[in-house]
Design a protein around this ligand. Sequence first.
Ligand SMILES: [Zn+2]
Length: 277
Amino acid sequence: MNTLLYVTDLHGQRWKYDLTFSLAREIGADLVINGGDISPSGRRHEDQGRFYREFLDPYFGRFQAEGIRYFLVSGNDDLGILDPLLDRICANHPLVSHLSRRMDSVEGYSFVGMNLVTDYPFRLKDRARRDAEGYVFGPQLGPGLLSTPDGFREIPDWPAYAATLPTIDEELAALPAPPDPGRAVYILHGPPSGLGLDVVRGGAAVGSPATRAFLERSQPLLSLHGHIHESPDESGTWHAKIGRTVCLQPGQSPSGLTVVVCRLDPLTFERKVLPCE
Ligand SMILES: [Zn+2]
């Protein structure tokens, strides 16, 4: 496999999807990876469902027609209740794989994804987890919300509810194990801590210590992250190493399309921000 194109946090912006497709075709990408937060912000059930059915389904058809593989995970802004719909749409296209907590492979490389993130102040908690046992919750913007078929269900005591769920640490340990870490790529929506890949506006670092520890232990070839759009601008860093593992968190520009063009053997990577066409 020669060329991989990584994008993340497109948040339903159709022109960014269209530009990603044009670029993938132009550079002869074999694989496009979408790192999550795929659907429109605002988190309305009907908006996200319509985006999947009316835009993403035919969009995936374009990759299928071009013979380009497409791997994606969902993110914390993609409603959990719509996961079965997303699965059905992906299943319409044999070259498309939904890798949230799953593994697929291409030419001897394994790709493993995860859509869960360390807890945050925002109310939608479908993907939020304690990072590890003993996790201390930060301030919250209001009672938690979970998506259901009938709209949102309020969770008045979110920390108590979250204590009943597995931690990020446990969720990572439960992921499918790639046969050869040296040929494994993880797509983990939330970034690891301590590398400058997790810095929010104002300078606080909010990444996951459990994710960092997991990457230290498992030592894949590459890990791909997103979630904190502004982090590269805040920290001046978008790539880092944990032992042999290269970690990329390109962020996402509010005004352009941020992408990473990557080759796996030998490993090279280049970040670009393309202007709106
Ligand atoms: Zn996110």
